[in-house]
Design a protein around this ligand. Structure first.
Ligand code: SAM
Length: 292
């Protein structure tokens, strides 16, 4: 059975006057990123909100085998991505040139000719990076140019990352405390989280306001038709038409869910009102009654 499209008319991106953000991704598996052409991100590119370019790192190698890796100095398992192909790929992006075949060569220093303007942001996915979250997504959504450097093997030679820090706003980013095989999936996670915050990418901006993590709380439970499904009813309040009561019920469910699943998030909030605090006390005493 095919999945229904998650996109409703309300979510359809609007037409853009010009791209609000450029995203470049460098990978040895550019085909991995093809998923970004689907759904809302693909539509945002088609409608001109976003410019998205995926570059094959091997286009910036000049040997017969298009080598991008070598053994680690100091010994140890695995291979390390070589500095030079990365430097050439990043210089190519900095100078805003056409494809590598347009004439870049390994001995050419391109950065001196880079276009003036704010430094692009270089995101290097790494389990050793700062952990990506909604606040970082919001920060990145306000930037003009994001570049994602997808590592593979044991990662990228540190010298080219240090070099890149002189030309880019450098952000090593982890998507969580686990290890993936490569930076492609991590980059797609970040690109999706960031680009949906760009005005116009999601047609109905209200879709964004009450989502999990938007204001530090998780989302309330959601329901759609039919009102009775396999004997399970939609909470009656949602059928009442009483908007104030529905808003309070939803807020309470957000507080309750966050207290249950992510109490660490609640501890960071300092703008809870007296109704919120009363609701939390109520949940706490209900919970302790159940566990007694
Ligand atoms: N040797 C590295 C370490 O121990 O930190 C792990 C390398 S991992 C096998 C290969 C690539 O996957 C990394 O260079 C990075 O691009 C990506 N990667 C793996 N886990 C990640 C995570 N949690 N967040 C972001 N990127 C990750």
């Amino acid at each position: 059975m095919s999945e229904p499209s998650p996109m409703t008319d309300n979510d359809t991106p609007t037409e853009a006057a010009g791209p609000q953000m450029s995203i470049d991704v460098v990978s040895i598996f550019p085909e991995y990123l093809a998923g970004l052409q689907l759904s809302l991100i693909g539509k945002a590119v088609d409608r001109g909100h976003l410019r998205l370019d995926v570059h094959d790192l091997r286009d910036f190698t000049f040997d017969r085998h298009n080598t991008v890796d070598d053994s680690p100095y100091g010994g140890g398992a695995g291979m390390v991505m070589k500095a030079e192909p990365w430097a050439l790929a990043l210089e190519h992006i900095l100078t805003g040139r056409g494809s590598a075949e347009d004439g870049d060569s390994p001995d050419r220093g391109l950065v001196d000719g880079a276009a003036a303007g704010p430094r692009p942001t270089l995101i290097v996915p790494s389990p050793a990076g700062q952990v990506f979250d909604q606040r970082i997504a919001e920060d990145l959504a306000g930037r003009d140019h994001l570049v994602f450097a997808c590592g593979r093997y044991e990662g990228i030679d540190q010298r080219v990352i240090d070099w890149a820090g002189e030309h880019f706003d450098l952000l090593p980013m982890s998507i969580g405390d686990y290890v993936l095989n490569g930076g492609e999936v991590a980059s797609m996670v970040m690109i999706e989280a960031v680009s949906r915050l760009i005005p116009g990418v999601i047609g109905n901006p209200e879709s964004l306001t009450e989502e999990s993590h938007e204001d530090g709380l998780l989302e309330y439970p959601i329901y759609t038709k039919p009102s009775t499904w396999r004997g399970r009813e939609v909470p009656e309040i949602l059928l009442s038409g009483n908007h104030a009561a529905i808003a309070r019920w939803r807020r309470d469910r957000r507080l309750e869910r966050t207290a249950e699943v992510r109490p660490d998030l609640l501890e960071k909030l300092n703008d809870l009102n007296k109704d919120d605090l009363a609701a939390l006390e109520r949940f706490e005493s209900e919970r302790s009654t159940v566990t007694e």
